[in-house]
Design a binder for this molecule. Structure first.
Ligand SMILES: Cc1ncc(COP(=O)(O)O)c(C=O)c1O
Length: 464
């Protein structure tokens, strides 16, 4: 051990009691910052700086559709923890289910046997998926769901190839990052990524096809055929993975006709179609699943985010035969399908059914879309408003004719909205799309309030 390291080790040992640091100064400073509610200053010295943060605020608690900062100010939460707390904060049914399960049992690992909330949630998920999707593997997150889907596809088909769409986001683990390309930052410095992954253009209707859905679909299908003709034969492709509406990539809906053509192509060649519904699923888009708009049924659906309203939980759902062919022990998890998360998931799906929240998402989504389109008609900085249900984006451009992306104005608008009391986030490869993700039990009055604050933020921001 070099002398400096030796001194450091000795100092640490002297300041510790049985390995527990008793550094009074640091602990006292942390307590003082916590008492002041300055969680930013409390966190920054020792939290990794790796996370990009939308806001530098310190948050205290949430109640319904309001998120409160430590100064006691309530913000209308149209970010929902990036499409996760879809029933808002401190939801009575979800909170009660979590407390009840926490009182009974926190964890066993599902490899040890069977638990009521886990079994119940699997059967409820099978109920809300179209036939023949009836078999669930639980994990902890969206990226884990994608990993599971990709591993299943390779193992079951015995083929190596995986095809994903340019601009997609599927998560940060190596497998998920290999099929992700919404930002170069998610891939930079991580090569070599997973081999035999091929990226193909997404039918991005606004950005590349002048609002022409048919041309976008035809262009993307032609590109896919070129890929299959020149780079990897269809017989070597295990799966094609797609977000029915690209989320992080800019809230870009895939045209329904394109999804149907994709389904047909997969059927023709025995390729598994994976729908990544991590952001779009669980009633977010005015349907339980975004793929329903096209009438297709994928082979595997990836679910996470809103499934447990904020507790970590992910899942893949497929027909039984696929998961039987995957093979016992071919994949696994310690925490996945934790009973507390599953109890929350049961409460989420029950609440959606009892309160008709799929219909609410569709109806409030129409109000939001209409309101944003009215704002766009008065403000040329917004080039496009698009989405389904309560997943709606407003794309900022420097020039309506060239559609040159304007991430700077978009970022300024997010901050201006927050100043006024509205939390919205941005997305898109150029960070130029404001994304509206209100809770799925949002009211018309709240949609109106959110639109008013967005309009005021735009008016307060001078146009160039
Ligand atoms: C479509 C999609 N897939 C996967 C993920 C990854 O989910 P997680 O962050 O839970 O790993 C996300 C996260 O934003 C997502 O939007």
């Amino acid at each position: 051990m070099d002398p400096t390291a030796k001194e450091q080790a000795a100092a640490f040992a002297a300041a510790s009691s049985n390995g527990v640091p008793v550094d009074g100064a640091r602990a006292a400073e942390s307590s003082a910052l916590a008492a002041k509610g300055d969680f930013a200053a409390l966190s920054k010295p020792h939290l990794s700086p790796i996370l990009g943060r939308y806001f530098e605020r310190s948050w205290s608690h949430g109640e319904g559709h309001l998120l409160y900062d430590t100064a006691g100010r309530g913000f209308l939460d149209f970010a929902c923890g990036i499409a996760t707390t879809s029933l808002g904060h401190h939801h009575p049914a979800v909170t009660a289910a979590i407390k009840d399960q926490a009182d009974k049992l926190l964890h066993i690992c599902n490899a040890l046997g069977y638990l009521e909330p886990v079994g119940q949630l699997s059967s409820m998920l099978a109920d809300v998926c179209p036939d023949p999707l009836d078999t669930v593997f639980f994990c902890n997150s969206g990226a884990e769901a994608v990993e599971a889907a990709l591993k299943l596809a390779r193992r079951v088909t015995g083929r190596p190839g995986l095809i994903a769409f340019r601009g997609a986001f599927h998560g940060r683990t190596f497998g998920a990052a290999s099929v992700t390309s919404s930002s170069i930052n998610y891939r930079l410095g991580y090569e070599p990524l997973l081999p035999s992954v091929y990226l193909t253009p997404f039918p991005n209707v606004y950005r590349y096809f002048g609002d022409d859905e048919e041309a976008a679909s035809a262009g993307a299908i032609a590109a896919l055929h070129t890929l299959l003709g020149h780079e990897i034969p269809p017989s070597s492709v295990a799966a094609i993975i797609i977000e029915p509406i690209q989320g992080e990539g800019g809230f870009n809906p895939a045209p329904a006709a394109f999804l149907r053509q994709l389904r047909a192509l997969c059927d023709q060649h025995g390729i598994l179609l994976i729908a990544d519904e991590v952001q779009t699923g669980i009633a977010r888009t005015g349907r339980m699943w975004a793929f329903e708009d096209s009438g297709i049924v994928p082979d595997i659906v990836c679910v996470a985010k809103a499934l447990a309203n904020g507790l970590p939980l992910g899942a893949i759902v497929s027909r039984r035969e696929l998961q039987e062919a995957w093979g016992v022990g071919a994949h696994g998890t310690t925490f996945g399908g934790n009973p507390v998360s599953c109890a929350a998931g049961v409460a989420v799906l029950r609440t959606i059914a009892e309160q008709g929240l799929v219909a609410n998402s569709a109806a409030r989504g129409e109000e939001l879309l209409g309101g944003l389109r009215a704002i766009m008609s008065e403000d040329p900085r917004i080039g496009d408003v698009r989405g389904r249900g309560l997943m709606v984006g407003a794309e900022f451009v420097k020039d309506a004719a060239t559609r040159d992306p304007d991430g700077e104005t978009c970022e300024a608008i997010l901050q201006a909205c927050a100043e006024l009391g509205l939390l919205v986030l941005n997305c898109g490869t150029h960070h130029n799309v404001v994304r509206f993700l209100p809770p799925i039990d949002v009211t018309s009055e709240e949609i109106g309030r959110g639109l008013d604050m967005f309009r005021s933020a735009l008016r307060a921001m001078p146009r160039n």
